[in-house]
Design a protein around this ligand. Structure first.
Ligand SMILES: NC(=O)c1ccc[n+]([C@@H]2O[C@H](COP(=O)([O-])OP(=O)(O)OC[C@H]3O[C@@H](n4cnc5c(N)ncnc54)[C@H](O)[C@@H]3O)[C@@H](O)[C@H]2O)c1
Ligand SMILES: [Fe+2]
Length: 380
């Protein structure tokens, strides 16, 4: 049996106006526009505010969040939502903004503290209407049933998973990608690649998710470098937006694996860009997983256009790991975690937290704390 969930998807250059129509259609009068200072500066917030007002809505802007959104920021966002009497959420931004919007939505309908909901299906009541507009390509948070929040006491990122967290509508306007700084474009493109690869090898993959995962992998390989060399080219931006979307559809249904489980610990400890950490870790996790079962890496190698797709499978696994490392370096990601501030002394704590991450349960190969340490050490 396979199940597949997805929000309503509006896709194409100029589609931003549809976010206002969607908020209205969902019954909103006073939307809370969740965003962050970078998006305000880029001008997209003003454009969306105009569309919301043209649709006879009375938006309230909340932009008090930082990348890797923090538990206390979500609590403050909910205070704003409740005090202003908002009735629909519109998130405009990257994964941090979209996750913060989901977090506020959870508190609006379920109450309590956001960390109470760590785990699977602990959010039991439906959330308020949620429209999202992703500005990176991408986390896939706009289609996913995931919400990732930084636990500021434990210095780690917690994962909340549940079907109720899938937004009602995602409005994907590739124009928004043109104002991303280059490092963010590289980081989020590698995040999308990680989603495609982890979803394809996941224990929970199925034929409905495989298709999207493989296409996402190919689209990142064919377009990410071009968006860096030729940032204004709208064709490559649209294809990266599609890669992010398809990777999101794959992983929200097939879940993820050890790369994300490890990356959440590093990102929570050092407040680093999620995609950069994934780009460093992914080749090491691929090598580890390929030692268990290298077969899925034949199809992944084919999507990447590698000759090793003809087999044997262990060589395909090695070639995929190498190709990912080459791409990550080509787009400016550091070779190791040490350059990001991780030290040998951090590894035992990072490894033990990794085993408790929800993404670990679908990794295709079981890992002991020593094996996770070994992967972290190789990635240093
Ligand atoms: N919920 C999920 O399914 C899921 C999946 C993967 C990652 N994540 C989470 O997403 C977060 C990372 O999100 P992200 O990588 O999209 O970046 P981000 O949302 O953290 O944004 C990083 C910075 O870039 C700026 N920015 C974003 N888009 C811009 C644009 N178009 N123009 C100018 N500036 C822009 C922001 O203002 C911010 O300062 C992490 O917390 C990660 O854990 C969530
Ligand atoms: Fe991710």
């Amino acid at each position: 049996m396979a199940k597949f969930h997805a929000p309503e998807i509006v896709f194409g250059p100029g589609s931003l106006v549809e976010a206002a129509h969607a908020a209205r259609r969902l019954g909103g009068h006073r939307p809370m526009l969740v965003t962050d200072p970078g998006l305000v500066e880029s001008g997209w917030v003003d454009e969306l505010l105009g569309h919301l007002r043209d649709a006879a809505l009375q938006p309230v802007v909340w932009s008090g969040l930082t990348p890797n959104p923090k538990d206390h920021e979500i609590a403050a966002g909910y205070e704003t939502y409740a005090a202003a009497g908002c009735d629909v959420l519109v998130g405009l931004g990257g994964g941090s903004v979209i996750d913060a919007a989901k977090g506020v939505a959870v508190l609006a309908s379920n109450g309590g503290h956001i960390l109470d909901y760590e785990g699977v299906d602990l959010v039991t009541l439906p959330i308020p209407p949620l429209v999202v507009v992703p500005s990176t390509s991408g986390t896939g948070a706009d289609v996913s049933q995931f919400c990732i929040v930084t636990d500021t006491q434990r210095h780690t990122k917690i994962t909340i998973i549940g079907r109720v967290l899938v937004p009602d509508v995602t409005v994907i306007d590739p124009r928004l990608l043109t104002t991303m700084p280059e490092w963010l474009n590289a980081a989020t493109g590698l995040d999308a690649l990680t989603h495609g690869i982890e979803a394809f090898v996941s224990l929970a993959h199925n034929p409905l998710t495989d298709h999207h995962a493989l296409r996402a992998i190919g689209l990142v390989e064919q377009n990410l470098v071009h968006t860096i060399d030729d940032p204004a080219h709208t064709g490559h931006r649209s294809l990266m937006a599609q890669a992010s979307l398809e990777a999101g559809l794959a992983f929200t249904n097939a879940i993820l694996g050890a790369t994300h489980a490890m990356s959440h610990q590093v990102g929570g400890m050092l407040d680093l860009p999620h995609g950069v950490v994934n780009g460093v870790l992914l080749p090491h996790v691929i090598r580890f997983n390929a030692l268990g079962d290298p077969t899925p890496f034949l199809a992944i190698a084919a999507s990447l256009g590698l000759p090793e797709a003809r087999g044997p499978a262990p060589e395909a696994g090695e070639a995929v790991a190498d190709a990912v490392a080459v791409l990550a370096r080509r787009v400016g990601v550091p070779a190791g975690l040490a350059q990001l501030g991780v030290t040998e002394a951090d590894l035992p704590r990072l490894a033990s937290l990794t085993l408790g991450d929800a993404c670990m349960s679908t990794n295709p190969r079981t890992a002991s704390v020593e094996q996770v340490m070994t992967m972290f050490r190789a990635a240093l």
